[in-house]
Ligand binder design. Structure first.
Ligand SMILES: Cc1cc2nc3c(=O)[nH]c(=O)nc-3n(C[C@H](O)[C@H](O)[C@H](O)COP(=O)(O)O)c2cc1C
Length: 154
């Protein structure tokens, strides 16, 4: 398998864009743009997300710890860019987009899904993080930000 063959095929895999957010044991918040969020099961309600071990948020993920999955709205491209740019890692919470009361969550997302981490499976460069859903808040209308072919869709 050629690297380019794989990357080209993945450009055809359209995905919803989320920002996952968490706090470490010292209370420091982390956030990362992620398209690998997948619904896993209804019994129990569970979701998985694949996180690169080199991502800042990775060190804040632990069994039993909290994770919020914020499914982005189409107007949230700026925060998606902020949370996928390594050089802006320290600026991600310097705005009014967040509610930082407990587990940080994005106030204007399509959905905020509050989860508890149930399993972390290592796979080479990534960890597959399996979570149980504790609570979910959603807006009524569908307006989800999508990513495909190397860019955000209108
Ligand atoms: C649309 C989009 C989807 C992404 N999905 C994932 C993902 O599912 N898992 C992941 O580890 N990185 C993903 N990334 C890359 C991370 O957001 C990016 O590498 C980020 O800078 C890593 O976090 P850090 O800067 O805090 O280390 C995605 C980036 C974009 C633009």
């Amino acid at each position: 398998m050629q690297r380019e063959e794989f990357l080209t095929s993945m450009r055809h895999l359209a995905a919803s864009v989320s920002i996952i957010s968490a706090k470490d044991s010292g209370g420091k918040p982390y956030a990362m743009t992620a398209s690998s969020v997948t619904s896993l099961s209804m019994e129990p309600p569970s979701i998985l997300v694949c996180v690169n071990k080199s991502a800042g948020i990775h060190k804040a993920l632990s069994l039993g710890g909290g994770l919020c999955i914020n499914i982005l709205s189409k107007h949230q491209v700026d925060i998606a860019n902020l949370c996928s740019s390594k050089d802006q890692e320290n600026a991600r919470f310097e705005n009014n987009d967040w509610d930082n009361s407990e587990l940080p969550f994005l106030k204007e997302a399509q959905s905020n899904i509050f989860c508890k981490i149930d399993q972390i499976i290592e796979y080479h460069t990534h960890s597959i993080v399996i979570t149980k859903v504790v609570k979910a808040i959603s807006v009524n209308s569908f307006n989800t930000l999508m990513y495909a072919d190397g860019g955000y869709l209108d």
